[in-house]
Design a protein around this ligand. Sequence first.
Ligand code: GLP
Length: 233
Amino acid sequence: MNVQVVSDKQAGGQAGFKVFEQALANGAKVLGLATGSTPVTIYEQLVASDLDFSQLTSVNLDEYVGLTADHPQSYHYFMQQHLFNAKPFANSYVPDGTNADAAAETKRYDAIIKENPIDLQLLGLGQNGHIGFNEPGTDPESTTHKVALTESTIAANARFFDNADEVPRFAYSMGVGSILKAKQILIVAYGEAKAAAVAAMIQGPVTPDVPASYLQTHPNVTVILDEAAASQL
Ligand code: GLP
């Protein structure tokens, strides 16, 4: 793993932007994208740049089950606001949270990933070591699946909703196996609350207890951290 420690989120946004810029220069055609607060400064840099995504495809990691694309807390909406409105892609895929048929939706999304192999996958990190919505215990070979969110993830994400009761209990997420198939992975984490998960991801055993630890098995991973997130390394 190539670990870069930066001073703050702004510097992380610039460092992350450079990884995207290089991937595009190397011919990347499919970008795997993530939501949450962490990627925001990277998206700001992408929006401010003259990079052109109009011939590219994006594939997002996950979506809450039950939220429509126009719900302000849906990941569809997040991507529109932070990237797609300013920088449209030829095709952008996000799991359909309104599809109540989990078997059909996960199959549909796996077919999309298969047709669009991901060149660069951006990831944030959950406080419990999750990636996408792959919570502790997830099979490393997993493909897209319906996930029951853990209490800690519901609590961590409650800040975006009026209260914890409004946080959806389920999500559709690419699997750990789907993520590991990406040619290159960029994972970013900021803040003290992520420090234990960062140390477990990089220095701990490769274990389903810490889904991000499987990134140790991937040949091309860049990790961008601020000093607080790197403080337990
Ligand atoms: C959610 C998302 C993850 C994200 C994580 C961390 O659970 N499904 O993809 O990495 O939150 O979010 P944040 O970047 O806001 O800390």
